[in-house]
Design a protein around this ligand. Structure first.
Ligand code: 4LI
Ligand code: NI
Length: 203
């Protein structure tokens, strides 16, 4: 693992990815099919899982985000830090101020599989951004509005969960990374803001 910098807060030592560690569009690793992760996890894979989540936590802290010149994210996939493996972190904060301590979804998803997708489509009203894509690419990114997701967590526990709204969109975006797909691949090139019937808008 590349250790960018060590810094102390609340007298704990953190090591976090910096923007220079994030692979940008054009690097072939972003277009590769990532191989599955083997269990039990190696020490390196456990560290990677931890570091992927830590980036999201630090990036969502306004002071640390500014201090380390990060771009805030709600998802980060292993290929985005140059590691071609089926692993991604997802941390979707709760917008409800009273529930801000309990994220809408937080986990490192390993070997994730979307076992079913709703017929209904959904897209983020403001389009999607990606830490590996520096320029804004406008347009709707049509996805399934709801998914059933199967994955394994860092402890080797299997999960099968239903997701809707923002967490469903974020997980589909991150799982795309594990298959070499980027969000703009889904944007209609002739009319980026085409709205299909039966498409709902999220946020
Ligand atoms: C600060 C602190 C407006 C524009 C609204 C920011 C904490 C876009 C949305 C955040 C947009 C946090 C996000 C994603 C979009 C836009 C990702 C801000 C971080 C909103 C996450 C993976 C797509 C995910 C909703 C071009 C880096 N994230 N916004 N899309 N937020 N964030 N994606 N869309 N228009 N990308 O980007 O993490 S799925 Cl949490
Ligand atoms: Ni991305």
């Amino acid at each position: 693992m590349v250790i960018s910098e060590k810094f102390k807060i609340y007298s704990e030592v953190f090591e976090v990815f910096l923007m220079k560690d994030i692979v940008r569009d054009g690097d072939p690793v972003l277009r590769k099919q990532a191989p599955k992760v083997k269990f039990p996890l190696s020490k390196e894979d456990k560290q990677l899982a931890h570091d992927l989540m830590e980036y999201l936590e630090v990036s969502q802290n306004p002071e640390l985000c500014e201090k380390y010149k990060l771009r805030a994210g709600v998802g980060l996939a292993a290929p985005q830090v140059g590691v071609s493996e089926m692993m991604a972190s997802v941390l979707v904060p709760n917008e409800d101020e009273n529930e801000s301590d309990t994220p809408l979804f937080k986990d490192v998803i390993i070997n994730p599989v979307i076992v079913s997708s709703s017929v209904q489509r959904g897209a983020l009203t403001e389009g999607e951004g990606c830490l590996s894509v520096d320029k804004d690419i406008p347009g709707y990114v049509p996805r399934a509005a709801r998914i059933t997701l199967r994955y394994t967590d860092v402890d080797g526990k299997d999960h099968k969960i239903r997701l809707k709204n923002y967490p469903a969109i974020v997980c589909q975006h991150e799982i795309d990374h594990l298959h070499g797909v980027l969000f703009y691949d889904h944007i209609n090139k002739d009319n980026p803001f085409t709205k299909s019937d039966d498409e709902i808008f999220i946020y």
